[in-house]
Design a protein around this ligand. Structure first.
Ligand code: FMN
Length: 207
């Protein structure tokens, strides 16, 4: 039987292994190096996305990885433009802030990461977001294991009905009928992010 290693964290005792370590050390990166990842790294990230669970084994997602800098910058311009006439439809606190910062000089919604992976899914499918989010988490954890940083990017989900953004994504192969669920910015880390404190009282064990 495999030997189990333990590590104490404050008052709790955790089992220690590479996978758990990789999950716990993942952070959202917001400063990336220009250097592109290796093709095998991208293949690996996308393969781990494909192996995420999906509701009823639907696998109706599509992962579109963009590494062309000119196309990424064009998408950034369209996001900036889209935010100008976008009205948040709920009180999610980040939305107004995101709209405001999009009009600032030098704004870049994917933090100038050299790779952006967009997760879209078929319409009218209740588990579209859940499936894509699980796939994205696989990308985030795998990226960390490969020495890459990553960040969840919400802007394309918010602007999923924006005509300019959708026309361009269609040109890039994202079907018009797909809903844009989420995106992942990935690349080598230029500046490590601090770990935000985890909230207390979010775990309840009943024995
Ligand atoms: C649904 C969701 C949407 C997010 N959207 C963004 C985003 O648009 N931009 C961003 O910088 N971070 C985004 N994040 C990352 C969170 O800010 C981050 O996970 C949180 O602050 C905790 O930090 P950590 O990931 O380093 O542990 C998002 C995370 C989730 C789960």
């Amino acid at each position: 039987m495999q030997e189990v290693e333990f590590v104490t964290k404050g008052e709790i005792v955790l089992i220690h292994n590479e996978v758990i370590d990789c999950i716990l050390t993942r952070r959202s990166t917001r400063m990336f190096k220009e250097q592109q990842m290796e093709p095998e790294q991208l293949e690996t990230l996308l393969e781990t996305a494909r192996w995420a669970p999906s509701g009823g084994n639907n696998q109706s997602w599509l992962f579109t990885a963009i590494q062309d800098k000119v196309k990424l910058l064009k998408l950034n311009d369209l996001v900036k433009e889209g935010f100008q006439h976008w009205i948040p439809d709920d009180d999610y606190p980040g939305k107004l802030g995101a709209k405001k910062s999009s009009q600032k000089e030098g704004y870049n919604f994917y933090y100038q990461a050299p790779t952006l992976i967009i997760a879209s899914n078929r319409p009218n499918y209740e588990n579209a977001m859940a499936d894509c989010s699980l796939a994205l988490e696989n990308i985030f954890i795998s990226a960390n294991s490969l020495g890459l940083g990553s960040c969840y990017i919400n802007q394309l989900h918010w602007l999923r009905n924006d005509q300019g953004v959708r026309d361009f994504l269609f040109e890039l192969g994202v079907p018009r009928e797909h809903t844009i669920c989420s995106a992942a910015a990935v690349g080598y880390i230029d500046k490590e992010s601090k770990a935000p404190i985890r909230s207390e009282n979010t775990i309840h064990i009943i024995i």
